[in-house]
Ligand binder design. Structure first.
Ligand code: HEM
Length: 477
């Protein structure tokens, strides 16, 4: 290489660096990024985000930087955390305009279909594509759910009979997981229940859930590695179920479950969904409805177990419903609408222990919020933690007080958002409401209980988990 080549390369590199510096200065002069810190190189503030209490992570930064917005780097992404009711409203009102859904990289790797279909690893399909198949046919809409209700009630009764009857003590959280998966297995997959299979699935889904917010470290012994292994096992099992279903459909057997719908539904080009994609979509649905419902049931038992006054009020409401029914008659849609106080108790459970902290979005175009610019490509995060225990919106926020939902019009809009809001609001909300109320009705009509480990430690900050599984002593009527 002669001297001319070297000087040309030098000039080229120099001008590239200069351009980069000038561009950076230009863009930072014209944009005011939100206050906050990106934390450590590469890791950012991921450790604090994952392992400190979610509301501490958010509140410390809201107090230090701004109550409306702060920047951070979490899960490998430059992120603007948009806070408070105005922030929630802003996010829920601008879906697919300013941002689209985003799954963390660990989620993308576990639910492979998001990656295989779309080359960009940060791409998550808009709601119209990703959850259309779940939302549109109306499987989770009230009309359809009303038809499942009797079955939901009878499965719950059978499980209480087989797991609680004749026992003095049980562990609430493991039971809640079995109940949740048994119901999902029946309604999403149309499978008849088999306790051995459910027990195996509980282990797999526990592993997958733990990996959702884990660091991507795919070596044996890590949560992420376990989650991937479990996802492979679940996918394999689901592919088997899909093949059996296809055969039954071909033989003219009529079925009405979400899995069957996914098998027969065609896209706008007349193409059927591949088996892997169906398996991943069903797995996503099962995971989304698994720990959320199970956690709510477990903490409901905890909070009600601590408050005999609240137990009595629920009992009065449920007894009235039970007395109005004939012996052996199963729960119906109208009964569920009468469970107002019981639902308020469940809402208060989710306020104090949110089953899901929040979710991410990917910014589609630069936008301004609260005077700060959030650049395209950044992630936005909203979280229940920015409002749930804020005394400005919830008086005596640490107190378990279901009556707060009865006062006036209830909480200020966008302060209480356990299911999110807007077009991406949880499609399983109504299903979750029915499953949890059905459980509560059946338990309270048969049992009183006391907590065996008062003040039990809660582990798993992103996914709250009672350390000892919330053991209770049962007293049957
Ligand atoms: C107490 C129970 C539950 C809670 C608190 C809950 C909460 C949430 C939240 C906060 C979101 C995110 C919304 C957003 O990104 O803005 C969500 C999404 C979702 N939930 Fe639930 N959920 C629950 C139960 C369920 C159940 C039982 C199912 C399934 C039947 C389900 C299926 C989904 C799905 C598929 C999504 C993704 C929707 C999308 O990306 O468009 N959830 N849920």
């Amino acid at each position: 290489m002669d001297a001319f080549d070297l000087s040309t390369i030098f000039v080229l590199i120099f001008s590239l660096i200069l351009t980069a510096i000038l561009y950076q200065n230009h863009s930072s002069k014209n944009t005011k990024l939100p206050p906050g810190s990106f934390g450590w190189p590469v890791l950012g503030e991921t450790i604090e985000f994952l392992f400190s209490k979610p509301e501490k992570f958010v509140n410390d930064r809201m107090n230090k930087y701004s109550p409306d917005i702060f920047k951070t780097r979490i899960m490998g992404e430059k992120t603007a955390v948009i806070c408070g009711p105005s922030g929630h409203k802003f996010i829920f009102s601008n879906e697919e305009k300013l941002f689209t859904a985003f799954r963390t990289h660990s989620m993308q790797r576990i639910f492979r279909s998001y990656q295989s279909k779309h080359p960009s690893p940060s791409f998550a399909p808009p709601p119209s594509q990703s959850t259309r198949v779940i939302r549109q046919p109306g499987f989770l809409k009230p009309e359809a759910l009303a038809r499942y209700l009797g079955k939901m009630d009878s499965i719950t009764k059978e499980l209480l009979q087989s797991h609680w009857e004749g026992k003095n003590e049980i562990k609430t959280y493991p039971f809640a997981k079995i109940l949740t998966l048994t119901l999902a297995n029946r309604f999403f997959l149309g499978s008849t229940n088999n306790s051995e299979r459910i027990a195996k699935l509980v282990n797999y889904f526990d592993d997958i859930t733990s990996g959702l917010h884990a660091m991507i470290l795919n070596v044996p012994g890590t949560a992420f590695h376990q989650a991937n292994k479990a996802a492979i096992a679940v996918r394999r099992e689901l592919i088997g179920v899909i093949k059996d279903k296809k055969e039954e459909i071909a033989n003219g057997v009529k079925m009405q479950d979400i899995l069957c719908h996914m098998i027969v539904v065609k896209d706008s080009n007349g193409k059927l969904m591949g088996e892997n994609e169906i398996a991943d979509k069903i797995m996503g649905l099962l995971v989304a409805g698994y720990s959320t419902v199970a956690t709510t049931i477990a903490f409901l038992m905890k909070y009600v177990g601590e408050r005999p006054d609240i137990y009595e009020k629920i009992f009065t409401e449920q007894k009235e419903i039970a007395l109005a029914k004939k012996a052996g008659e199963l729960l119906e849609w109208e009964d569920m609408q009468k469970m107002k106080y019981s639902w308020n108790v469940i809402c208060e459970t989710m306020r104090l222990t949110p089953p899901l902290q929040g979710t991410f979005r990917e910014v589609l175009t630069d936008f301004t919020y609260a005077g700060y610019t959030i650049p395209k490509g950044w992630k936005v995060y909203w979280t229940t933690s920015s409002t749930n225990k804020n005394p400005a919106y919830f008086q005596d926020p640490e107190e378990f007080d279901p009556s707060r939902y009865e006062k006036g019009d209830g909480p200020t809009p966008y302060t209480y958002v356990p299911f999110g809001g807007g077009p991406r609001m949880c499609p399983g909300k109504e299903y979750a409401r029915l499953a949890i109320l059905t459980f509560l009705h059946n338990v309270i009509m048969q049992y009183k209980w006391e907590l065996l480990v008062p003040n039990e430690k809660i582990v798993g900050d992103m996914m709250p988990t009672p350390e000892k599984g919330l053991p209770i002593r049962l007293h049957k009527y």
